[in-house]
Design a protein around this ligand. Sequence first.
Ligand SMILES: [Zn+2]
Length: 298
Amino acid sequence: MFGVVNAAGEGALLNPIQVAPHTYFVQGLPEIGSAQNQNFISNAGFVITPKGVVVVDALGSPVLAQKLIAEIRKKTVQKIVAVVVTHYHADHIYGLQEFKKIGAKIYAQNQGINYLASETAKQRLIASRVDFAPWVNAATRLVSADVWIDQSQLLNIGGVEFKITRVGPAHAPEDLMIYVPSEGVLFAGDLVFRGRIPFVANADSRGWLSALEEIERINPKIVIPGHGNYSNHPIEDIAFTRGYLRYLRQSMAQAAINLDPFDEAYQAADWSEYDGMPLFRAANRMNAYNVYLSIQAE
Ligand SMILES: [Zn+2]
């Protein structure tokens, strides 16, 4: 179905899945980003309104964004008017320039300004140009938002309400969630992972756990996570992300507080519930280390 970049350079296939009357999403692969998968490792979604299409997240390379735009055009003649960025992580933003080209307005949380100005963002892009060549290349750039969101707000497009909630720092400092009440759909960004080990990196695990409570308060019918399949039973399905974060905290807390070495705490923890999952080897140790350090900083 995917995986091999063929002679025509087609790479990853995007198949929009309809989850509500006007809402679709494409599901990224539970893999590490690569040239083969064109960095198609995260989800993106879109909502068709009578006055244009609102997209959530821009995928991990310009070519993927072009494919998403082509898929949207198969579903509607409406223009793509807005892209809301759930957070400024590479796999969600390297497609932004394609949406900018077609005149979409980009919305993101204002902590994203710090990310764009950071050395991390710059170095990450340099590395990605190598790792994801030719799909991420010298022409791929970081794109700033047109509207920086500093507090939760309501966006009304074509009579459809988008409740944009500031939830960071959680998974990232600049997390946003987007709830579309008329569709019963919440775009949770990377506050929710399914079917793989979450990427914790420099997350605020405490803030992240509170953000999950916020999702429960919203109580949406459907959650589209940043990674993995959509959920019809959000309360049950966010339990995986919560359980994982709690377990990281619980297994690292004592060592972190007592200043015991990380390695010993990591070895001593029982990872059997998680070690069979995709991305365990790539992410788990780093996740645990981050939580160990962040508990010391709390
Ligand atoms: Zn992500």
